[in-house]
Write a protein that binds this ligand. Sequence first.
Ligand SMILES: Nc1ncnc2c1ncn2[C@@H]1O[C@H](COP(=O)(O)OP(=O)(O)OP(=O)(O)O)[C@@H](O)[C@H]1O
Ligand SMILES: [Mg+2]
Length: 281
Amino acid sequence: MAVVNFKGGSGKTTTASHLAQYLALHGYRVLAIDLDPQASLTALHGYQPEYDIQANETMYAAVRYDDERRPLRDIIRKTYFAGLDLVPGNLELMEFEHDTPRALAERSTEPFFGRVATALGSVADDYDVMVVDCPPQLGYLTLGALCAATGLLITVHPQMLDVMSMCQFLLMASDMLKVVQTSGGTLDYDFIRYIVTRFEPADAPQTQMVAFMRSLFRDRVLNSTMVKSTAVSDAGLSKQTLYEVGRENFSKQTYDRAVESLDAVNGEIERLIAQAWGRAA
Ligand SMILES: Nc1ncnc2c1ncn2[C@@H]1O[C@H](COP(=O)(O)OP(=O)(O)OP(=O)(O)O)[C@@H](O)[C@H]1O
Ligand SMILES: [Mg+2]
């Protein structure tokens, strides 16, 4: 699954990290992939992107065009979460955006849009689910993730400017993916879902915006929403997720409300996965 939107701060990393941990806690073998040079997902899992991750130790190493290319298996790191492994990221991921135009001009190697899929495919037997955290831009890596994914999760904060920005993202993505398809790329999604993030149910304009999205996108908007909670942002301050922080650090009501919302979102995605596998109850 790829978690995408080029709107910065729409909740991609929060969604990806909690989903990956939720699935690992529920017994799935999970690979979390950080495609963002900002590497927040990596930092959340205990690796300092600028100190702990050296050159050629990110996804870039597995998709690069030259002889330094490495198998993805050698790049994957364990996390302290049982069942959850990580492909870390750091600034090096930017290199792929610089290399690709040159490689496209040469036309002699596997095109950019298949490279993420090829790398992930090489370890597919080791995992049940892969969760890709994308950068807030529609670059070559993001397009690669869109081609590799079989499920798309589009995070959106329900405010006018954010929804307008998302519409721009969708238009651009559709244009670019058409070009990719005519060049031989394949797109095959079991599901595409919009996830309402940082939702404040007491805020009337936000509630209206969610209603508007549901009228437009219908079943493609997850029924559950991720509510805005200080428990999520406070946990983030110490590079933790809500599944890691202790309940005792918050008022019980604050913590329980956030976990309830998070579990509902993740449970719905888990059911979508089961359906895609033909295992729906
Ligand atoms: N449900 C929530 N409640 C409160 N704060 C949240 C919630 N979801 C995300 N945040 C906060 O909002 C900020 C942005 O979230 P996040 O990093 O997940 O967005 P992003 O889309 O990954 O951003 P970027 O585009 O920069 O990668 C973070 O500080 C995060 O802690
Ligand atoms: Mg992020």
